[in-house]
Design a protein around this ligand. Structure first.
Ligand code: UD1
Length: 442
């Protein structure tokens, strides 16, 4: 199994191009199931989760054409374009072998029910405790008129004919449940209203593509135009048509590099990023002592350049993870890594996932001083980190260890980096290009 060797890095300097967002790409790829024909996407990152989604789409009968371009001195391939040709008749079973590795596979459920009126989808990985982790998806799709049963680890869905629009109140603004319901409701008869919906940038990117496909969707993130806050209204249409779309930049990848720059010091310049998606992080980075400047890219992409400069003297800043536009849970582990290097104590509260502190024992193995009480972590900085062998337990936990490795003395080995390959495109190449000493070993 591959692992990373990371050495203490003096500073990171230079330019990094930010990839397309993993969390926007996955729902977009599955949304293609809603319409027959050729869907063209650009800015899809070359990631394991994307390849898993391709496998699943091929299994449903789609034909996938991928154009690649060599990058980083031909050491890696980026996907310059992805065309998904969706057939008229889809196979509607998602087997365990294809679904188990990726929770986001559940996003095929809504489109399959809407298109085929019947579907059988294995419960995704990490759902051993039963229906609960996808209960909002199931409740929402049931409200649209589908009958869903859990049988032998599979969700079996039957909609007698067309789905019907409904009023759905989400108990929590779940990203995945909102996406599944929007996709299914786009082809339902009548109007669906999702209250307490997630309006993260990735959900909006999905909505923008669905609208290009002919969906009729309105939403409001603020109380305005007579529409309540965090409400999405989908007026079902009879048919959608394939279209084309460029995926938004990955705010979590961008955030991870900004935190790396803050920790190691130096001048980092991120290209192809949307600063408005990173407001909470940028504010906290400034509070911690970094200088941040934002400039428009100057083309018609609507994207920005972000310049960060840091002298490594980090002020301790408390954060609490929240739904967008609050501090993202997907940057919590990386922020914690940075806080081990701060001058003073800080507190991090995780409010989105109950069990998202698996990186703490590993950071402590590197010499951090972090204590936990339920969903709150107490970090005592400054901690002089020293290399050790550590293990990535999940995607973002893995990236927090890479960041810690960049400031730890000696050579840190990070194992189980297949988690990182799920969500960071060309991580070692991008970091090396700005001066990090990181090597993939087999
Ligand atoms: C998405 C992101 C993930 C991010 C998360 C929160 C993708 C592919 N993944 O995950 O990177 O960390 O949003 O921003 O986009 N929950 C339930 N029942 C449900 C659904 C969710 O209890 O049916 C709970 C979850 O266990 C969790 C919380 O709600 O505690 C948030 O989950 P959700 O917003 O659904 O996250 P995902 O869509 O899985």
């Amino acid at each position: 199994m591959d692992y990373f060797k990371v050495q203490k890095t003096l500073s990171l300097n230079g330019k990094i191009n930010i990839s397309g967002a993993k969390n926007a790409s996955l729902p977009l790829l599955f949304s293609s199931l809603l319409a027959e024909g050729k869907h063209s996407f650009s800015n899809i990152p070359n990631l394991e989760d994307v390849k898993l989604s391709f496998k699943l789409l091929k299994h449903f009968g789609c034909n996938i054409e991928v154009n690649t371009k060599p990058v980083f001195d031909k050491k890696a391939l980026s996907l310059s374009s992805v065309v998904i040709d969706v057939p008229k008749k889809l196979k509607n079973i998602a087997p365990y072998e294809l679904v188990r590795k990726m929770r986001a596979s559940i996003l095929c459920l809504g489109p399959l029910i809407a298109r085929c009126h019947q579907a059988k989808v294995s419960l995704p990985g990490g759902c051993a405790i039963g229906l609960r982790p996808v209960d909002y998806h199931i409740d929402g799709l049931q409200a649209l008129g589908a009958d869903l049963k859990l049988l032998d680890g599979y969700i079996e869905a039957n909609a007698d004919g067309l789905l019907k629009g409904a009023n759905i109140n989400l108990k929590f603004p779940s990203v995945g449940a909102t996406e599944n319901i929007i996709m299914a409701a786009s082809l339902a008869a009548g109007s669906t209203c999702i209250n307490n919906a997630s309006l993260e940038p990735e959900v909006l990117d999905l909505i923008f593509y669905l609208k290009k496909m002919g969906a009729d969707i309105i939403f409001s993130s603020k109380q305005e135009d007579g529409l309540d806050k965090n409400k999405i209204i989908i007026n079902g249409v009879e048919r959608l048509k394939a279209s084309c779309h460029k995926v938004i930049p990955d705010r979590i990848e961008a955030g991870t590099f900004l935190i790396a720059g803050a920790m190691t010091g130096g001048d980092l310049h991120l290209n192809n990023v949307k600063a408005c998606h990173l407001e909470s992080l940028l504010k906290n980075l400034q509070a911690s002592g970094c200088k941040i400047e934002v400039e428009k890219c100057g083309d018609d992409s609507g994207e920005d350049k972000i310049y960060l400069s840091s002298d490594k003297s980090i002020t301790a800043v408390n954060i609490k993870t929240e739904v967008y536009p609050g501090f993202p849970t997907d940057l919590q582990a990386q922020w914690m890594s940075m806080m081990t290097q701060a001058n003073g104590k800080s507190i991090i509260e995780e409010t989105i996932f109950e069990n998202r502190f698996m990186h703490i024992p590993e950071l402590n193995r590197l010499g951090a001083n972090i204590k936990v009480n339920k969903s709150t972590a107490f970090i005592s900085g400054y901690a002089k980190l020293k290399s050790a062998s550590v293990m990535a337990t999940d995607l973002r936990a893995g990236s927090s260890l890479v960041l810690a490795g960049l400031v730890a003395t000696g050579e840190t080995q990070i194992h189980r980096i297949y988690h990182l390959d799920r969500g960071y495109e060309f991580l070692e190449h991008k970091l090396s290009s700005v001066g990090a000493i990181i090597k993939r070993c087999r």
